[in-house]
Design a protein around this ligand. Structure first.
Ligand code: FAD
Ligand code: SF4
Length: 459
């Protein structure tokens, strides 16, 4: 079928009915012919607005130009200068509100599918690029300890290893990747891909110490004594709760626990040693990426009905547009302008959730219209499982066990926006631990900037 130049090449996806019963990746990626055709839509603008829309200013027209010339290795080399996690960001970045939002092609038609092209090049680089140079560079004899192994830490470690530093990553879990492995489900971000990124880091000489909780197993002070610098990328893994009656009943989970048990502990496998309750009628509270991931996971775990409950409207839903559409296609039932009031139980187990209908009033401080209760509109969902996805904040462990680092009253680390320097000498921080729950690309960018500051200081 002929496609107009105003339309983008559509990414093939698994059929909604089929995919809602499996954990395989939903979006299947572009093939080479599709990537070349999509790349040919890029106008190589003199002032590329897409670059300004990207939080780390990836040189988008440059890597797309390489694709146009059928030089995918060149595209990979170019892309890697700006983003070492392109295969991941191509899948999970909210492109519709970043680079693609500003693409000039979007004025008269559809923007260039920058995310899909980024994914194509990133995958090529990870799995096919025979000329890729993953070699150890000459050591400079200086040590850096990196705390946590999420995207901020991985990008920081990668830059430092390329500059010859002796880098050790200390991770609390038994596996590396942070939210990329325990939060974002397999059907959105295959774990072999994250593993490949980790393996490449290992080949570059980066060491991983698993089951190492900084603040418990080893203190921050001990890390400082043993290295030239420390980078803290501990994320924001502490879940927020509804604070309503019934929240302690069996069958109520934080999204964090639910997703970690399914993704990291593989509770979706029939022979899992750490199984989880498989709800039949599940209510998910929230409307961000975490809520979408929880709802779609519950469906794949065998739920008959998954209800998404959110107190604002469709326009205000913070999740990526693609995830919202995919969730709807799979049959997640959206109950917008609805707020939980009480969780109902019998014999200690959840049997329902009382909710109230909302309407939108005047904008609040965040600029979003404030949801207001409609008096007398209460109703009850019958359900046996509730997953709360209302956001997260940083775990207070490092705050409680370290001296000299200043924190905000929200528990985030105070760090220089450019260099990531904290108030403690030679200690840097970045990612969700500094910004609060945000995005992979912002975390990646922060890790990279901190690495640059560490390199500059130690040269
Ligand atoms: P994290 O990825 O949180 O990693 C922190 C790591 O530090 C963890 O491995 C943790 O175990 C470890 N750690 C914590 N404390 C210690 C300690 N004391 N000692 C040692 N290790 C420690 N963003 C997007 O851009 N797009 C999406 O589609 C998207 N979807 C998401 C879906 C879910 C379910 C979740 C939870 C988040 C999602 N995000 C998404 C947000 C994104 O994943 C985060 O912003 C990003 O991972 C933050 O990276 P980070 O490196 O700061 O920390
Ligand atoms: Fe290409 Fe769009 Fe960027 Fe212009 S704005 S360089 S068309 S991706």
């Amino acid at each position: 079928m002929a496609v107009s130049n105003n339309q983008r090449i559509k990414m093939p996806v698994q059929d909604a009915l089929v995919r809602s019963h499996n954990f395989n990746e939903v979006s299947l990626g572009l093939d080479k012919e599709m990537a070349l055709r999509e790349a040919s839509r890029c106008l190589n603008c003199k002032t590329p607005l897409c670059v300004q829309g990207c939080p780390v200013n990836v040189n988008i027209p440059k890597f797309i130009q390489f694709i146009k010339e059928d030089n995918i290795e060149g595209a990979a080399t170019s892309l890697k200068i700006d983003n070492v996690l392109s295969s991941i960001c191509g899948r999970v970045c909210p492109q519709e509100s970043q680079c693609e939002k500003y693409c000039i092609r979007g004025v008269k038609g559809e923007s260039v599918a920058i995310g899909a092209l980024e994914r194509y090049v990133g995958d090529f680089d990870l799995f096919e690029n025979r000329n890729k140079d993953v070699t150890k560079v000459l050591p400079n004899g200086k040590k850096v300890a990196v705390v946590g192994s999420g995207p901020s830490s991985l990008s920081c470690a990668s830059e430092l290893a390329m500059a010859g530093f002796d880098v050790t990553i200390y991770e609390a879990f038994h596996k590396a990747g942070g939210v990329l492995v325990y939060g974002i489900p397999e059907f959105r971000l295959p774990k072999d891909l994250v593993q490949k990124v980790i393996e490449n880091l290992m080949k570059m000489g980066v060491k991983f110490m698993f089951n190492s909780v900084i603040g418990r197993t080893i203190t921050l002070e001990e890390l400082r004594e043993d290295s030239e610098a420390v980078f803290i990328g501990t994320g924001a893994g502490l879940p927020s709760f509804l604070k309503i009656k019934g929240e302690n009943l069996n069958g109520v989970y934080s999204a964090n626990e639910y997703l970690t048990r399914v993704n990291l502990m593989k509770a979706y496998l029939a022979d899992s040693k750490t199984p989880i309750q498989r709800g039949k009628n599940v209510v998910v509270v929230g409307a961000g990426n975490v809520a979408m991931d929880s709802a779609r996971t519950a469906l794949r775990m065998g739920a008959d009905n998954v209800y998404l409950v959110y107190r604002r409207g469709r326009e205000e839903m913070p999740a990526r547009e693609e995830e919202i559409i995919h969730a709807q296609e799979e049959g997640i039932q959206f109950n917008l302008l609805t707020n939980p009031v009480e969780i109902l139980g019998e014999n200690g187990r959840v049997v329902g959730m009382k909710c109230i209908k909302m309407e939108l009033g005047e904008p609040d401080k965040s600029g979003r219209r404030r949801p207001l209760e409609i008096v007398g509109s209460e109703f009850v969902f019958s359900c046996d499982q509730i997953i709360v996805a209302l956001g997260t904040s940083p775990n207070p462990l490092i705050r409680k066990t370290s001296e000299g680092i200043d924190f905000t009253n929200k528990g985030t680390i105070i760090a220089n926006e450019i260099t990531g320097e904290t108030t403690l000498e030679n200690v840097y921080a970045g990612g969700d631990a500094v910004t609060g729950a945000a995005t992979v690309i912002l975390a990646m960018g922060a890790g990279k900037r901190a690495a640059k500051a560490i390199i500059d200081k130690n040269n």
